[in-house]
Design a protein around this ligand. Structure first.
Ligand code: 5GP
Length: 189
């Protein structure tokens, strides 16, 4: 008999591929409000440019922006990293570049999750070369102990255990992004 409690999917139905909830919705939302307040304080008098990394960061970006009491601007870029479905290789390709010029701007990169940190390290080098006045990173989740070098994150939502998770923007084959919490993924990659 399987006694493991099953986490409901976006339609409220038990999904055997979903494991324990790692960060519940209310905890997630409270922390995002705190991050927004911190960013509001730190960037007072400035209009930071939020750069969202698609697709995973779109839900976080939307909630975070509404918790920031400053005239923020938005841009998005999409990257694809070569590797298996659940592991990055570190070789990153820009699939959609930014529309705006970064020179002289206070750029805040909004990332969903930092695993090995390879994607972020590529992005940081790429964006820094465009001459922003400042470049900082806000990552919602950081996996404990997996980064090969210090990812230099100005804002972190939650350190989480090094398991593969889905929800709140994070997917497997485009599914589960609209779960309002994050949970472990137990199914096939
Ligand atoms: P890194 O380059 O830091 O190893 O991986 C970063 C990217 O891999 C993230 O932006 C995200 O797209 C993906 N990723 C890393 N860990 C997870 C995870 O636990 N779940 C999901 N769905 N994607 C992940």
């Amino acid at each position: 008999m399987n006694l493991r409690p099953t986490v409901p999917d976006c339609m409220g139905e038990a999904d055997p591929n979903l494991g324990d909830i790692v960060v519940p919705e209310d905890v997630l939302q409270r922390r995002i409000v705190e991050l927004g307040a911190e960013i509001t304080r730190d960037y007072e008098g400035r209009a930071p440019l939020l750069v969202g990394v698609l697709k995973g960061a779109f839900i976080f970006m939307s909630d975070l922006a509404r918790a920031i009491r400053l005239p923020v601007e938005f841009d998005f870029m999409a990257v694809s990293s070569y590797g298996s479905a659940t592991k990055t290789s570190g070789v990153v390709r820009i699939v959609k570049d930014l529309d705006l010029d970064l020179s002289g701007r206070d750029v805040l990169v909004v990332e969903d999750i930092v695993d090995s940190g390879l994607t972020l390290s590529y992005l940081r080098r790429n964006l820094q070369a465009r001459g922003p006045a400042s470049l900082e990173v806000c990552a919602l989740f950081v996996k404990d102990g997996l980064q090969k070098s210090d990812p230099d994150l100005r804002y972190v939502g939650f350190p989480i255990p090094p398991d593969f998770v889905v929800g709140y923007g994070l997917d497997v084959a485009e599914r589960y992004r609209n779960l309002p919490f994050i949970c472990r993924y137990l199914g096939p990659a």
